[in-house]
Every structure is written in C-alpha cells, then in structure tokens.
Design a protein around this ligand. Sequence first.
Ligand code: AMP
Length: 217
Amino acid sequence: MLLGKQGAGKGTQVTRVAEHYAVAHLATGDLFRAAARDGTPLGVKARRYIDRGELVPDDIVIGVVREFLTDHDGALAASGFVLDGFPRTRVQAEELDVSLGDERLDIVVNLDVPTEVVLARIAGRRVCVQCGATYHVDHSPRDPWWCDHCGGHVLQRDDDQEDSVMRRLELYEIQTLPVIQYYRRSGKLVSVNGEADSESVFTAVITAIDARREAPE
Ligand code: AMP
C-alpha cells in the first residue's frame, strides 16, 4: 500500500504499480469522488467532508474497503492488490489487519515529501473530472484543459483550494502519522523519497516491493 501526504504523488504511482504487477487497486479518494459525481448516497455523504478537507468518518471508509475486499476476494488472494490513501487513521489500520489477517499485507510504502513541496504541487494540480488523470499547470494536456486520455474537462479539485489543503495537512499530522508509526513498528514500512521526478520515484517503489517479495519469510 502507498501512504504519503496530500499531493505526494500517491495516485500516479499507485496506478503505475498496479499496472506493473497486473493487480487490482483501490484509491479511496477516487472512489468517493466518483460516487459524489454520480450523486449516490455514499457520494453525497462523503462530499460534505471532502470539500472541507476533513476525513470521511472511519465507519463509512471501512465499509467501502470491506466491500472492495469481499468483491475481489478470489482475485486478491491469487494476485494481490494495492491500496492508495487507505488506511489514514489508526482505527482503519487495525480494521484492515482484522479483515486481511496479518499475513496478507506485504509492504507499506510511505512517499516522503516535504510540506513546502507538497503545497507547490497541490497549488498547480489539475484533475480530469471524468477519469481522474492528474496534470499540473506546468504540464497541461495537449489541448488545455481537456484530458488527453478521455477528453473530460480538467479542473482544480475543490479540496485543492488553500483552506482545505491546510486542513488536510493538519489532519495528516494528527491522524495519519500514527498510522506510519503503526506500520514502522510492525516492520512493514519502507520510506521512499517522493521528491524526485516521477520515473525515479516509480523505480524506487518497485525496487522496494521486489526486495520485500524476494526476502525470505
Ligand atoms: P485523496 O484523493 O486520497 O487525497 O482523498 C481525497 C479526500 O477523500 C480526503 O481528503 C478525504 O476527505 C477523503 N478520503 C480518502 N481516503 C480516505 C480515508 N482512508 N479516510 C478518510 N477519508 C478519506
């Protein structure tokens, strides 16, 4: 699973990691945004929190992740999966251990990026409202601002406005740092420098995963 501050580049890396190993992936943030776009009861509820930069309550998030794990049970057991942006609280981490059994979580990768770099990345981040592809004001789509992949409109996320971002970073310190400590203590955590260019970060993540897979139990 990949953890990291908001804007640390988790989304891009998780997609590539899942493609590289041909495994399923779940990004809880993407799932909530899609549900909000579709106006489902889950989406309407989640949006109230997301737009303010608050965390969606644990019981809602845990319900969604449990459903994903149940739906994909056969495939997950056979080939594995990657989680993005989950768990973000200690309660979620403990619940995941219960759901999976301790043996099934191989590695937790923390993308380490200084707060000032994260703030600069988020300020320029633009996202396709249709497929979630991520761009930056310095790397716009070929036809600004329409997505190269699906032709959807590329906009700034509501929760990438300054007030929400500051709140999300504050919550990261309070709620998510304990999750990192939790996995450090369990020996599953590997920190990767997420400040480098995307290609170097991807190589570092794959190298860390391969090393863990090859290590004797
Ligand atoms: P992300 O796309 O990962 O930055 O997530 C966007 C927003 O979705 C977060 O700021 C939260 O409001 C909500 N969210 C995503 N994952 C979680 C989670 N594991 N726990 C609580 N809220 C979450």
